[in-house]
Design a protein around this ligand. Structure first.
Ligand code: FES
Length: 336
């Protein structure tokens, strides 16, 4: 499998709360150009569990400083093969396959007042964004940070240090479900007071983000000012094969070979390629890592949401095979 992955060495593993770790990875000088990132972006890591390679995305918490390790927050998940493996096995010196940073959950308007809602491990990108908002001169930053209980809360010391250094610009409200119940609509709406013109950022479990988005909408935040990080939806997207779209004949050029295969109605192109046994480059299969980027040479396609391609990429004909369906009966794509 061809990927853009690099081998990075773990330099440090620190416990965070009762069930998470902060994992730091060294980026060597020659890898630096590929690993520049913006606060709010994530790394995609590979782990081999029982002979099978799995890829997962983890948000970066460290600052984008050249020569410094990149840190990501990894929390145990019930049945989560990669997260649990990392929490059990990660140690300094171990090497991991890592894809370059990606993601669009970045500050929309640096320097503007910002309102953050973080639930559980959603604090990872939110912490990075809050720190960046302060660094960019935001006059007011507010964070509502919900956890199931105090023991499981992460990055508490880091948040306290950020607040101490913020000269009163950062307000934090901690919320613990075990003590206070689930956050109420009124409580979520209250966070907007005095920040009616702010940009809002949400990351956490889907019900939490839905509740926060509803509260923001009720307070007059239009959708353009509400930004979400939603790994769950991306994973779900990989299973979106069953949808309408024409059956198609797909011609694929890979490594100098040309193959012609059938694409079923609504099928994702990568799914069709793998079903046909083609050596199509891929990794995450959720539109997160860019491994399956290829160029449309002929035909029409429907591109689904992804975290990789911008408008210029699309205009240049790039697509992600894992997030694209046929929209015409004949297609041609080429992997470079
Ligand atoms: S396989 Fe990762 S973007 Fe398609």
């Amino acid at each position: 499998m061809a990927t853009r992955a690099q081998s990075l060495t773990i330099t440090d593993v620190t416990a965070q709360g009762s069930d998470a770790i902060l994992l730091s990875l060294r980026v060597d000088d020659e890898q630096q150009p590929k690993f520049t990132f913006q606060p709010g972006q994530y790394l995609t890591l590979a782990v081999e569990v029982q002979g099978e390679e799995h890829w997962r995305c983890y948000s970066i918490t460290s600052e984008p400083v050249t020569g410094q390790p990149i840190s990501v927050l990894v929390r145990r998940v019930a049945g989560g093969r990669v997260s649990n493996w990392l929490c059990d096995n990660a140690r300094p010196g171990l090497q991991l396959k890592v894809l370059p940073p990606a993601g669009r959950f970045t500050l929309a308007r640096p320097g503007r007042p910002a309102l953050f809602y973080a639930g559980g491990s959603g604090i990872a990108p939110v912490f990075a964004l809050a720190r960046e908002a302060l660094k960019q001169g935001a006059s007011r930053v507010r964070l509502f940070y919900a956890n199931r209980d105090r023991a499981s809360a992460m990055l508490l010391a880091e948040l306290q240090a950020l607040q101490d250094a913020s000269a009163g610009r950062l307000e934090i409200e901690h919320w613990y479900d075990a003590e206070q119940g689930l956050p109420t609509q009124a409580g979520l709406e209250r966070q907007t007071h005095g920040l009616e013109q702010a940009d809002a950022y949400l990351c956490g479990p889907e019900p939490f983000m839905r509740a926060a988005a509803t509260a923001l909408a009720a307070c007059g935040f239009d959708a353009a000012r509400v930004h979400r990080e939603d790994f769950g939806a991306a994973v779900q997207g990989a299973r979106e094969d069953a949808a309408d779209g024409p059956a198609a004949t797909l011609t694929v050029q890979i490594k100098g070979q040309t193959h012609t295969i059938a694409v079923q109605p609504g099928e994702l192109l990568l799914t069709a390629m793998l079903r046909a046994g083609l050596p199509a480059p891929h990794a995450c299969q959720v539109g997160e890592c860019a491994s399956c980027m290829c160029r449309l040479e002929a035909g029409e396609v429907q591109r689904l949401d992804n975290s990789v391609l911008d408008e210029d990429d699309v205009a240049a004909g790039w697509l992600l095979a894992c997030r694209t369906r046929a929209a015409s009966p004949a297609l041609q794509v080429r992997f470079s």
